[in-house]
Unconditional design. Structure first.
Length: 161
């Protein structure tokens, strides 16, 4: 049954996934006591603009673009083999991460992978991260900064370009 609590939870989920809730939000009582917190604040990232954390919509769009490219390559060269598609996806994301700090989907969605400690991304993170994304579960476990388990394990965060 659709109760008022259901709509409250769904509206909070929608805002979390698709909208950037600012400290000056006019949502009133629906914003919790942590309204002065935004994803990436503890890492010194801004609330919006370049180097802020992207919304889930951008992340899912980037993933869909990467998967579509992997499927297209798999159809063209590997007769749409499932393992080949997964391998192409991992290779596409790893090479993009090594060369451009983001996969082709990240580039189109205008997001990039940034190391938490600052500086260069390195070699390990762009290789390990897509393998963990391919396992699906690490990408679904997120924290308050919208970092998946795959990002926490390699000390990275997605930011806007």
């Amino acid at each position: 049954m659709l109760t008022p609590e259901y709509f409250l939870v769904m509206s909070r989920w929608y805002r979390l996934c698709f909208l950037r809730v600012t400290a000056a939000s006019k949502l009133g009582a629906m914003v919790s006591a942590q309204s002065d917190y935004w994803p990436g604040k503890k890492f010194g990232l801004p609330i919006s603009g370049p180097r802020s954390t992207p919304t889930y919509l951008r992340r899912v769009a980037a993933l869909a673009i990467d998967w579509a490219l992997a499927v297209a390559i798999s159809i063209a060269f590997f007769d749409y083999n499932g393992f080949a598609t997964l391998g192409v996806f991992i290779a596409l994301c790893a090479l993009g991460g090594l060369i451009l700090a983001g996969s082709p989907g990240h580039l189109i969605a205008r997001i990039r992978i940034a190391p938490i400690r600052g500086g260069a991304l390195g070699v390990i993170a762009p290789i390990v991260r897509p393998v963990l994304v391919a396992l699906v579960i690490p990408a679904l476990i997120t924290d308050d900064d919208q970092r998946g388990l795959h990002d926490r394990l390699v000390a990275t965060i997605l930011v806007l370009r």
